[in-house]
Write a protein that binds this ligand. Structure first.
Ligand code: NAD
Ligand code: MG
Length: 414
């Protein structure tokens, strides 16, 4: 029985996670669940959640709510799913890391903002230098010999064998990072030539530059392949989502930026892949559904029921791949530039400015093409490079400053 907490249970990821609990009755004990608003929806979702016990429910409008932080420390959970939106995930992810609670991480912004602080703590929890710090004693570091054996040797026995499961400190939920994580299992990271994140390219993949100039808020809120929260839907359309994912991958897999590529793959069947130095390439594939990576993160190291159909390659006789175009998608170019600098303050500036710019689009304060302008303006600002970001408070104060400066700049764009 996995004792679980969920931050952001009423969101797109949170709801699908509860769907996974429903498909795997008896495997989970949902100890608590949170939402930002909509208590009745949270009650409805969790009243028949397919797990034992009655979860404690928190509806919190403040960031870093103390009762939730207390629950992370005191509820004796095995795993925390962090699936809230934007900057709100950081404090909860940090609290879990400090409490020694492994995190199933959907909220990529937590790592973009605080990966330099979080990853060393997560690595200690997993018992290795990083998630895949190398192969030792026949297993991937961070996974005990028993678990490794259960994964690859005793698959038929499934969960409930009584084996002690040692989870890595952080298990990615983001589909690309889950794909990379799965492709790296049992591998020695020193043999990785590069990791490649696939991108759907979003709704504007085929737009000409002149069509790009006419994009509206409503157009940006439609995604062809994925049904997601508003912020990530806009991020997918600008390809800033892929930019944030590059930084997420840089921290999660401890890879330098020049070993992380992006390839546009409109069908979203290949969820990402790893190229090894001997020329072998391992990809993880499946239909475009977040149920699979959510279930993988929640059930690790076991694979759970998701209700997804068995994958049939014959249904996808042609798959396409193309290089991303940073002239039409400048937000991705900004993230690639940030990776070259590879400094927490640049990552924090990029993330916090993007948060503000997307909010500005959603409340009609700025236009679609202003999003990358706001981010570029912040990355060009000197103040960004003068803050100590070595603590979570330091990160938060830089976020506050970026938010303030972005708001001022957006007023000039009106
Ligand atoms: P969403 O907007 O659908 O849901 C967000 C959830 O977080 C809701 O439950 C909401 O109540 C809660 N929340 C919002 N603001 C909060 C705050 N200040 N404090 C606490 N809780 C708050 O978002 P989503 O699409 O589920 O995405 C959640 C996270 O997962 C994001 O970081 C996103 O980038 C990431 N992610 C989502 C998908 C996807 O398919 N939706 C895929 C990969 C990664
Ligand atoms: Mg993703």
């Amino acid at each position: 029985m996995i004792r679980l907490g969920i931050i952001g249970a009423t969101g797109s990821i949170g709801e699908q996670a509860i769907g996974v609990l429903n498909s795997n009755r008896g495997r989970f004990h949902l100890k608590f669940a949170t939402a930002h608003t909509r208590r009745s929806e949270l009650e409805l979702l969790t009243c028949n959640h397919g797990s034992h016990g009655v979860p404690e429910l928190f509806v919190t409008s403040e960031i870093g709510s103390q009762p939730v932080l207390d629950a992370i420390h005191l509820e004796n959970i095995d795993l925390l799913l962090v699936a809230s939106e934007g900057v709100s995930g950081l404090e909860y992810t940090y609290a879990a890391a400090n409490a020694g609670v492994p995190v199933a991480l959907a909220n990529k912004e937590s790592l973009v903002l605080g990966g330099h602080i979080l990853m060393p703590i997560f690595a200690e929890m997993g018992g290795g230098s990083q998630m895949f710090g190398g192969v030792s004693g026949g297993g991937v570091s961070g996974v005990s010999g028993d678990t490794f054996g259960a994964m690859f040797g005793g698959a038929g026995t499934g969960a409930g064998t009584g084996a002690q499961i040692v989870r890595p400190g952080v298990i990615p939920v983001d589909s690309e990072h889950s794909a990379i994580f799965q492709s790296l299992m049992g591998q020695d990271t020193s043999s990785v030539a590069k990791i490649v994140l696939t991108a759907s390219g979003g709704p504007f993949r085929k737009f000409t530059p002149s069509m790009m100039a006419g994009i509206t808020r409503e157009m940006a809120l439609f995604h062809p392949n994925w049904s997601m929260g508003q912020k990530i839907t806009v991020d997918s359309s600008t390809m800033m989502n892929k930019g944030l994912e590059l930084i997420e991958a840089r921290y999660l897999f401890d890879m330098p930026g020049d070993k992380i590529d992006v390839v546009v793959h409109g069908e979203s069947i290949v969820h990402s892949y790893v190229v090894f130095k001997d020329g072998a390439t391992i990809a993880q594939m499946g239909v475009p559904s977040m149920l699979a990576p959510i279930a993988f993160a929640l059930g690790y190291p076991y694979r759970l029921e998701t209700g997804l159909p068995t994958f049939d390659m014959l249904k996808y006789p042609t798959l396409s791949f193309e290089a991303p175009d940073t002239a039409r998608f400048p937000a991705l170019g900004l993230a690639q530039e940030a990776l070259k600098v590879d400094s927490p303050c640049v990552y924090i500036g990029l993330n916090a400015a993007n948060d503000m710019a997307v909010a500005g689009l959603l409340n009609d304060t700025i236009g679609y093409n202003d999003i990358a302008r706001v981010v570029a303006h912040i990355l060009d600002s000197e103040f960004l490079y003068k803050t100590d970001t070595g603590t979570i408070d330091g990160v938060q104060s830089l976020v506050d400053e970026v938010q303030h400066k972005s708001t001022q700049y957006m007023k000039r764009l009106r």
